[in-house]
Design a protein around this ligand. Structure first.
Ligand code: ZN
Length: 160
């Protein structure tokens, strides 16, 4: 396990569409482990997607600190989305910036776990927001593209 370097806003990698994982190899398992290390580093982040560590594969992880703990998603697909919520978002790849983003308040998502087993998950509120944010990364979309009022705010402490 190891920390990986974060890809930051401005790097064209963050704007690419990631490819599905065809086979869950030891490389993918290592990627998942390293992504968790990177996300938890100094307590930063409640989610991270593979493109944020420079790997253009459809993989992300989240841990919003609820009873689900760490959830790993391989080849995720959002099956249903309903309701609406508006709240502030940030991103490890966009340090020092925040804005208000509208997201569904409820989603149903399916994905593969690290053993290749398909699972479905229903998520609300922060977990739904986080999953949508990470899923956007797989399509080259950043939260700052979705500011509800078009404004991007600077946070007081930049992370790097
Ligand atoms: Zn992000």
């Amino acid at each position: 396990m190891a920390l990986r370097n974060l890809v930051l806003e401005g790097d064209p990698l963050l704007r690419k569409t990631s490819r599905p994982v065809e086979e869950i190899t030891p490389r993918i398992i290592k990627l998942l482990d390293d992504m968790a290390d990177t996300m938890y580093f100094e307590g930063r982040g409640i989610g991270i997607a593979a493109p944020q560590v420079g790997v253009l594969r459809r993989v992300f992880i989240v841990d919003v600190g609820d009873e689900h703990g760490l959830i790993e998603f391989i080849n995720p697909e959002i099956l249903e989305a309903s309701g609406s919520q508006i709240d502030n978002e940030g991103c490890l790849s966009v340090p020092g910036k925040t804005c208000e983003v509208e997201r569904p308040s409820h989603i149903k998502v399916k994905a593969l776990d690290r053993n290749g087993n398909e699972f479905e998950l229903e998520a609300d509120d922060l977990l739904a927001r986080c999953i949508c944010h990470e899923n956007d990364h797989l399509n080259g979309i950043l939260f700052i593209d979705k500011s509800v009022d078009g404004k991007i705010y600077k946070t007081e402490s930049s992370e790097d």
